[in-house]
Design a protein. Structure first.
Lengths: 640, 79
């Protein structure tokens, strides 16, 4: 167990509630900074677990574990996400069955959210209801009679204010008063008629709680929706809405690059400096080489993308918590559905532009297996951040001594082209994949609200850390293997180029030369392509090794690599890097699935090794065929 | 009696519609219920996303986007 429970068994409480009910905000308040995201290898169970924040404990060592779960409308799951919630409550790998539940209901959506309270009551879980958006309602002058809810459900109902954390202490006190129950049952599935009945009961109850028969009170409640309705007239407008969608997404992507770039340079610089520092101890010794070029360089390779990924996640968090993300998904639903997906595929696809690993995890809230299948299949085609350094190098080669905007335009074209290839692939699969049961989209559009900066930052940080933990180890292991393969058996050889040529990796490179030859490149690029399976960006550093760049200064290293690339010839004396071969390589990197962590996550999320293997083979074979075709075609046009 | 989809194809906006029932694929019906739709509910039609995308409806302080197939499961009557 992660949290030391000492001699007493720690009690656990899970927060359950509909999407956008304010569950995560409450979780953040309850746990302060004492939390972790739990990922179990091999099981699709993912939720956040934390200890009660120190200021909320009565005794120093009070052990109450709080768990956040993916949003759910009922205990009868209809998507992978909702299944996670059910599993996390009933068959939690760490806690077994949790002791208590907090049912989070949004006060502005009361009648709809009371259905879940009814279900929870039936199971027999000891529970407390957290009534969120209490601040919003108070500002409107709405005074809900929560005692009616308490009487109906026989539990404590605590109003909670997300912005300032009001009601937090009362909630914890209510939790302390609960006693674990041995008589918890599995949820009962209601049939249609029962459901109809329950909804009507909830509506009547909510009406009484909110005094809806009082005209003045009802008007105040309607007032809550006024701004949302006005904003939606603009943001969901058929023409203006689409235009603003493009502007907002454009702003998000631009900020990913412009804001992240200096931070990425900082991380990169720090790791280079650290590597040089270690290397300086003894530049001949194997251990310094391993530390500097194996360990530190590969950690750097993982962490250099953290700023980009953080900013993307922050952007997604902002869009999510203001309520816009659901609108974006609605706007994009129709075009996506023509490709066999839905608006729910929007967030995964968007995340795919940072990294395919979190993107595939995000596909869990897609209810249709078929939609989820297609979305997962094309996610690796989105231009992830690991492709950037490779593109940057090749574009610098193609547009050497030309104005910078040309390379910029080419980069934008690469992004669009990748998205088009993805759309094409999805369309093709959609045509040939047998129709499954029809999918539902049905999206709740939350009331627009102002997000809390602290929650935003923490959410983005949690997601980023989860990415690092998941993607980090495989990248690190492959990088270490690559280091060994390029270093041994002649690790003490003076000439770096010879050392590499005769290393294990060099042998493999020569072995696969017949395969890469039709792409117009030689064994050295072949080694680079193999090393890119550790992580795509490793390709660049591997080229630097194979083309014998020894300059330590990062800036001039890129320059001298470019110079080397202009003059490099293969064993027949032909130039290796020409417009034709570089365009071929760009196409290869655009499509190929070279990332082993993506492969692993894909197999796990889809629960099918065959799926991941098909993806791996299909993308790499198509990428190779197109790269060869591009090279041979351009060569025939005289650009070889 | 007609479906919400049929209605929306003729009238882009409506202030006062009454839900008469939910019919169709069980999974869709169940989710519509979880979203709070039921017989007798008064809803407003706010419009439709571009390219014949999802329909936007409001009831009380809830806003929900429904795809064509989902709106086709919702029977309504104009008042």
């Amino acid at each position: 167990m992660y949290f030391d429970s000492g001699s007493v068994k720690a009690l656990s409480v899970a927060l359950v509630g509909a999407p956008n009910s304010g569950k995560t905000t409450l979780y953040n308040w309850l746990t302060g900074s004492n939390f972790k995201t739990v990922n179990y290898p091999g099981a699709t169970v993912e939720y956040s677990l934390g200890r009660l924040a120190p200021h909320l404990r009565v005794v120093e060592d009070e052990k109450l574990l709080v768990m956040d779960t993916p949003g759910t409308y009922s205990l009868h799951p209809k998507s992978a996400d909702e299944e996670v919630t059910l599993k996390a409550i009933y068959k939690n790998p760490e806690l077994g069955r949790v002791d208590y539940l907090v049912v989070v209901v949004d006060g502005t959506q009361l009648s709809r959210h009371l259905q879940l309270v009814q279900q929870v009551k039936e199971t027999g879980f000891p529970f407390v209801v957290a009534f969120t958006m209490a601040d919003l309602m108070r500002r409107q002058g709405i005074r809900p009679s929560l005692e009616l809810l308490e009487k109906e459900f026989g539990c404590k109902v605590v109003p909670f204010e997300g912005l300032l954390g009001g009601g937090l202490k009362d909630l914890v006190t209510a939790l302390r008063a609960l006693k674990p129950s041995a008589k918890v049952q599995d949820p009962v599935v209601w049939d249609f008629e029962q459901k109809e009945q329950k909804i009507r009961e909830c509506e009547a109850l909510a009406g009484r709680v909110l005094h809806e028969n009082d005209k003045a009170a009802k008007e105040k409640i309607q007032g809550l929706a006024k701004n949302t309705r006005r904003l939606d007239q603009v943001l969901l407008h058929p023409v203006l809405g689409l235009f603003l969608f493009v502007v907002i997404m454009g702003a998000l992507f631009t900020s990913i690059f412009w804001v992240a770039a200096p931070l990425m340079d900082l991380v990169d610089g720090a790791f280079s400096a650290l590597g040089n520092f270690v290397h300086a101890f003894d530049d001949k010794a194997l251990w310094t080489d391993f530390l500097a070029n194996g360990v530190i360089a590969s950690f750097g390779a993982v962490l250099v993308f953290v700023p980009q990924i953080f900013i993307l996640f922050l952007g997604i968090s902002i869009l999510e918590s203001t309520g816009y993300l659901a609108r974006a998904a609605t706007l994009i639903d129709r075009p996506f559905s023509m490709l066999g997906m839905s608006g729910r595929s929007f967030v995964p696809i968007l995340s795919g532009f940072a990294c395919a690993v979190p993107a595939m995890i995000a596909t869990r809230n897609i209810s249709s297996t078929r939609d989820r299948w297609i979305t997962n299949f094309i996610v690796p085609l989105m231009t992830c951040s690991a492709r950037l350094p490779v593109y940057a190098l090749f574009l610098a080669f193609l547009f050497k001594d030309q104005p910078a905007w040309k390379a910029g335009v080419a980069m934008a074209i690469l992004y669009f082209a990748a998205a088009l290839v993805g759309a094409f692939a999805a369309g093709m699969i959609n045509r040939f994949l047998p129709q499954g049961q029809s999918a539902f989209f049905m999206m709740e559009l939350p009331l627009y609200r102002r997000p809390r900066v602290r929650v935003l930052l923490r959410q983005a940080l949690t997601r980023t850390l989860s990415y690092v933990k998941r993607a980090g180890p495989p990248i690190f292991i492959f990088a270490a293997i690559m280091w060994a393969a390029t270093t041994f058996p002649h690790y003490n050889m003076e000439d770096a180029q010879q050392k590499l040529e005769q290393s294990y990796a060099g042998h493999v490179g020569h072995l696969i030369e017949p395969i890469v030859h039709p792409m117009g490149v030689d064994w050295r690029v072949g080694v680079g392509l193999i090393s890119a399976f550790a992580a795509r960006e490793v390709f660049v550093s591997s080229l630097a090794v194979t083309f014998n760049i020894t300059d330590d200064n990062a800036d001039s290293a890129q320059q001298s690599l470019l110079t080397q690339m202009q003059t490099a010839v293969n064993s027949q004396g032909e130039k290796v890097f020409t417009i034709a071969s570089v365009v071929g390589l760009l196409i290869f990197f655009m499509i190929a699935l070279q990332c082993m962590s993506t492969f692993a996550v894909s197999a796990r999320e889809m629960g099918s090794f065959k799926f991941a293997l098909t993806q791996l083979l299909a993308f790499n074979i198509i990428a190779y065929a197109l790269a060869v075709a591009a090279y041979q075609g351009l060569k025939a046009m005289g650009l070889g | 009696m007609m479906t919400l989809l049929n209605y929306a194809e003729k009238h882009p906006l409506a202030e006062n519609l009454e839900v008469l029932g939910i019919r169709g694929e069980p999974a869709i019906c169940e989710r519509l219920q979880e979203m709070g739709l039921h017989k007798g509910l008064k809803i407003q039609l706010l419009g439709r996303a571009p390219l014949k995308g999802p329909l936007l409806i409001q009831f009380g302080t809830s806003f929900i986007a429904l795809r064509a197939e989902e709106a086709a499961c919702t029977l309504i009557q104009a008042q």
